[in-house]
Every structure is written in structure tokens, then in C-alpha cells.
Design a protein. Structure first.
Length: 591
């Protein structure tokens, strides 16, 4: 899948791709008026740049005849000032338009990314997605601020300069035009080569970012496993690949830059030599030759930028292609009014012949029929890989069943607004994930309405967390660190429970929230969970016997199928696998 994501980005750029870049930029909502003003000022600057070479030639001719006019000098100075002002203002406005466009695009991408379903992130690496939102969008900013309008103004400059050159002397102009086919023959294939190298660099940068994200995020695992050398070697390989690609790019520039300079030097030498002969023979004035050479520079400089523009257009075309998977992916239905609001009363949650598979291989769940009674506790037991976590994911609507139906009351859960539906679900897992920030921010995480200090404290008390929070130097303003590293497992669990309590859920999902805790912490967390489970429709993934003996219903999942359901005593007498699992748990508890 990861390779497929990269291959989507590397291909031949054609008119449809360039059109896609245009449509992407135009659809963002960029400041078109400001861009138009910037373009107008850039055109004025370009046209002004064509005036002063001719005026300089006239100035020289007047100087040789001894008739210098002060008005011409003042006009020439005015032209210089006008060109500088229009150029500077145009650059600033272009920078604003480009940065504003990228800001809007990044907001659009970030909003779209957050609205994408979970299976999108199963398919694509998080570091790849991050690279596209940050790095690829910056290529679009560079195109707008540094190349887009500049290209068109430079094109206008070249056309205008050539027209004036023909007017000054058509013979010298023909000498200049001889270099155009040679320059195009060099620029086109090199631009294609640069595009391919740039796309490979994007791929390697994404892979390197993925390594950094994984290793830094799991640095304690790396160090406890003595895996520093392994990860160092892996990172060095990615850096070396980037170095090789950078050198390939540098080789192209090392070839292109002096070659283009050589062509321009030869062209300039030919013009000066031929023009000098014409001046000496009296066919051409010195002022006209000077104007011609100055205008020639007005052509040479833009032509050099054309190669850069072509290369950057290739890069942006690739960047636009790399953004396609995010922009074109189908988002979760989060639009207000698209679904029904959740009812106030608690209803039964039921699975009807539900089948599900993460891929086209063997299904994880096979014809699951399961009734989760409102206000009751249902425990899911079974070996690893039997589908317990998948049941949770389907309840949370992270995935859609391949076949069958899940209902809440009499309605399919898809009929309900997804935001409203998830607001009724509380989830506490073994890992009890926390976000970087304070304890207070973690407790209120996900609440869009105003939460009072009294509500936070009350939820913390109910979760048996207020006592330890109050004993901390900064209380509820204590920073938890990345992924809650500054807190113990039991403390993190109680904060997660306080967060769930604050949601006032109708459906509670517990992924064996006490499995990894010591006995003291387990006791505190268990009391908090009992309070949280009051009046909730609770589903528990159970790994410990103590968790399920009092459950209203125990469901045994084996290889994606329900092989038994009932209370603890019933299953103990009728289900061999459950009886064997209970015996193992009993022996472990005694040990």
C-alpha cells in the first residue's frame, strides 16, 4: 500500500496534470484581486524595464552629439524609480497571495485529513500524510510567490524586448533568435529529469520522516531493546539515499548553469562583434548598439528563469498529484443535518449477520449476531485475533460492515449523525492515550462546549483521580508530557476515565482497562470504572476472570465466530473452551 501511495505521485506530467494544478489553486479561494493587482504591477515593471534601455541609447547618442537634455535625465531617473516601486510592491503582494493560498490549502487539507475514516490511515503511513500537508504545499507557495507571475511578466518582457529589437535592427535580432531552439532543446529534457529526481526525493524524505516518527515516538522501546545501532543504520541508509539524489540534482544544475551561461556569452559576443562591425561601417549608431545589448540582457535574465519555472512546474505537478489521495478520499459523513440526532433514551445495540474483513483475505468476523442490552454489561472473551477489537471498531463506526447490519434501537447506526453518535460513546483502553498538554486539557478533550471547573473536579472525584491531581504542585495545570509519560499507568487510566465520565456516555467500551496495572492501582481504577458503568450499555474486552464473572452476558468469540453466549455459570457448564480458559485464569490467579 505504501509503495502504491508513492507510485500515484510519479508519472508523466501532461496537460491534464497542469490543469489539475490550476484547478487546485483556483479552488482554494486564493485572493484573486490581490493577485490581479500584483500581476498588473508586475506587467508595468516589465514594460518600464523595456523603456530605459532605449532611453539610455538615446542618451548616449545625444552625448556623442553634445546635446544632452536635463529632461531626459530626469525622465530616466523617474523610469528607474517607477520600475523599483512597482517591482517591490508586486513582490510583496505576490508573497501575500502565495502564503495566503498555501494557508487556505493547508487548512483545507488538515480539515479533510481529520474527517477521513480510520481505514485511510490503515492504508497510508502517517509520515507520508504529514509530508504532503507540510512540504508539498510549500512547493505550491514557491510556485505562486516566486515563479508564476514572474514567468508571465518575463514572457511579456521577452516578447516586448524582441519587438523593440526588431524595430532597432532586424539583422541583429535574427542573430539572437538563433539561440532560442538550442536553449529549448536543453531545457525540456532536463526539466523532465529534474521532475523524476524531485519525486524520488519526496519519496525518500517521506520514508525518512516515517523512520523519525516511529523511532522518536518509541524511543524507550528502542533503548530498552538495545536497538540504537539498528535504527542508526536504518536512518543512515535513508540519509545516504537523500544525499545521492541531492547529488544527482546538483549534477544537473552543474551541467545546466554553465551551459546556459556559455550560450548566453557566445550570443552576447556574437551580437557585440556583429554590432561593432555595423557601427564601424556607419550602418548602426553607438546608442542603438548599447540599447540593443541592454535589451538583450532583459531577454537573457528571463530566459534563465524559464528553465527554473519549468522545473518548478514539474515539481508542483507532482505535489498536486501527491495531494490527490487526501483531497479525493471520501470523508466520513460529518456534515450537520446529514443524519439523525441520537435519541435521549438508551436503546439496545445489535449486530445482525455482520461480516467484516480488513482486506480481501479471510474475514475477521463471520455472520455475527449479537444483542447488547441497554444498561447491561456484555463481556467479550476469546483468543487473540478472534475479532474482539474489531467489534469495538464497528461500534465506533471506524469501519463499515462488509455484510449485515448494526442497529441502535430500530434504526441502523448509519442513520445517525456520526458526530452525535460518537458523542454518546465512552472508550477506555489499556493504553489510556493522553495528548500533550495539561491534565485539565486531557480531561476536557473532545468536549466542544464550555466545561466548568466544578464539572472537571466532579468527574475527577468520580474517577478517583482528584486526590492525586490535587497533590501535584500544579494540580490540574500539570503537564502530562508526551503521551502522558510523566504519569503512572494508574494515574493515566483514571484521567481517561474522568474524560469518559465528562462525556456522559450511553455506550461504554472498555478494553480491559485494568489489565496492565498493579493491584493497588487496579483497585482504584476498578472503583472508578464501576461508577462509570452505572446505567451505561457496557461492552468489555476481558482478559481477566475477575472482570466478567458478574457480567450480564458473556460472549465467546473464536476465529471470528460466536461460539457461545450466556452468564458465567452457564458457559462454565456448557462451553469447553470457556471452561478451559477459566481454569487457566484460576491457576494464574493462584500463582
Amino acid at each position: 500500500m505504501e509503495a502504491e501511495f508513492e507510485k500515484e505521485s510519479i508519472g508523466r506530467v501532461n496537460r491534464s496534470t497542469i490543469r489539475h494544478v490550476y484547478n487546485l489553486i483556483m479552488s482554494i479561494g486564493m485572493p484573486k484581486k490581490m493577485l490581479g493587482v500584483a500581476a498588473l504591477l508586475s506587467i508595468i515593471s516589465s514594460l518600464t524595464g523595456l523603456v530605459w534601455p532605449v532611453m539610455t541609447g538615446n542618451f548616449i547618442d545625444q552625448f556623442t552629439t553634445g546635446g544632452i537634455h536635463g529632461g531626459l535625465i530626469a525622465l530616466l531617473v523617474g523610469v528607474f524609480i517607477l520600475e523599483a516601486l512597482t517591482s517591490g510592491i508586486s513582490y510583496y503582494m505576490l508573497a501575500y497571495a502565495g502564503n495566503q493560498t498555501v494557508t487556505l490549502l493547508r487548512k483545507q487539507l488538515w480539515g479533510k485529513t481529520l474527517s477521513l475514516p480510520v481505514h485511510f490511515f490503515d492504508r497510508y503511513r502517517s509520515a507520508d500524510v504529514m509530508s504532503r500537508i507540510s512540504r508539498d504545499t510549500d512547493e505550491i507557495r514557491t510556485l505562486i510567490t516566486e515563479h508564476l507571475i514572474t514567468f508571465f511578466s518575463n514572457l511579456l518582457t521577452v516578447i516586448g524586448a524582441l519587438a523593440i529589437l526588431f524595430w532597432l535592427d532586424w539583422r541583429l535580432t535574427l542573430v539572437v533568435l538563433l539561440a532560442a531552439p538550442l536553449g529549448a532543446a536543453i531545457i525540456m529534457p532536463i526539466g523532465n529529469k529534474m521532475y523524476k529526481i524531485s519525486m524520488m526525493m519526496y519519496e525518500q524524505l517521506a520514508q525518512f520522516a516515517s523512520v523519525l516518527t516511529q523511532v522518536i515516538g518509541e524511543i524507550r522501546l528502542v533503548k530498552s531493546s538495545n536497538a540504537e545501532k539498528r535504527e542508526e543504520k536504518n536512518g543512515f541508509e535513508k540519509v545516504d539515499n537523500l544525499f545521492e539524489l541531492s547529488m544527482k540534482e546538483s549534477k544537473i544544475y552543474a551541467f545546466l548553469t554553465p551551459l546556459m551561461s556559455l550560450i548566453m556569452i557566445v550570443l552576447l559576443t556574437a551580437v557585440v562583434a556583429y554590432g561593432g562591425m555595423r557601427v564601424s561601417s556607419g550602418d548602426l549608431s553607438t546608442g542603438v548598439l548599447v540599447s540593443f545589448v541592454l535589451l538583450l540582457f532583459q531577454i537573457i535574465l528571463p530566459i534563465n528563469t524559464f528553465a527554473t519555472f519549468y522545473s518548478n512546474l514539474k515539481k508542483v505537478s507532482g505535489a498536486a498529484d501527491r495531494l490527490k489521495p487526501i483531497l479525493e478520499a471520501e470523508a466520513e459523513d460529518e456534515q450537520e443535518g446529514r443524519g439523525l440526532p441520537m435519541p435521549d433514551k438508551r436503546l439496545d445495540l445489535a449486530f445482525h449477520d455482520v461480516e467484516f474483513a480488513y482486506s480481501h483475505k479471510e474475514p475477521i468476523l463471520k455472520k455475527i449476531n449479537l444483542s447488547l442490552r441497554a444498561g447491561q454489561v456484555t463481556a467479550l472473551v476469546g483468543p487473540s485475533g478472534s475479532g474482539k477489537t474489531t467489534v469495538f471498531s464497528l461500534i465506533e463506526r471506524f469501519y463499515l460492515p462488509a455484510r449485515g447490519l448494526i442497529t441502535y434501537g430500530e434504526r441502523p447506526i448509519d442513520d445517525f449523525d456520526i458526530t452525535s453518535f460518537r458523542s454518546k460513546i465512552g472508550y477506555v483502553s489499556q493504553e489510556s492515550p493522553l495528548v500533550h498538554g495539561t491534565i485539565r486539557e486531557n480531561i476536557v478533550y473532545g468536549r466542544t462546549d464550555e466545561v466548568t471547573e466544578e464539572e472537571i473536579i466532579e468527574a475527577s472525584k468520580q474517577a478517583y483521580a482528584h486526590h492525586f491531581i490535587a497533590s501535584l504542585p500544579n494540580g490540574y495545570d500539570t503537564e502530562v508530557g508526551e503521551r502522558g509519560i510523566r504519569l503512572s499507568g494508574g494515574q493515566k487510566q483514571r484521567i481517561a476515565i474522568a474524560r469518559a465520565l465528562l462525556r456522559k456516555p450511553d455506550i461504554l467500551l472498555l478494553d480491559e482497562a485494568t489489565a496492565s496495572l498493579d493491584s493497588d492501582s487496579e483497585y482504584e481504577v476498578q472503583k472508578a470504572l464501576e461508577y462509570l458503568m452505572k446505567d451505561c450499555t457496557t461492552v468489555v474486552i476481558a482478559h481477566r476472570l475477575s472482570t466478567i464473572t458478574n457480567a450480564d452476558q458473556i460472549v465467546v468469540l473464536e476465529y471470528g465466530e460466536i461460539t457461545g453466549a450466556g452468564r458465567h455459570e452457564e458457559l462454565l457448564a456448557t462451553h469447553p473452551s470457556y471452561g478451559e480458559w477459566t481454569k487457566k485464569q484460576f491457576r494464574q490467579n493462584r500463582g
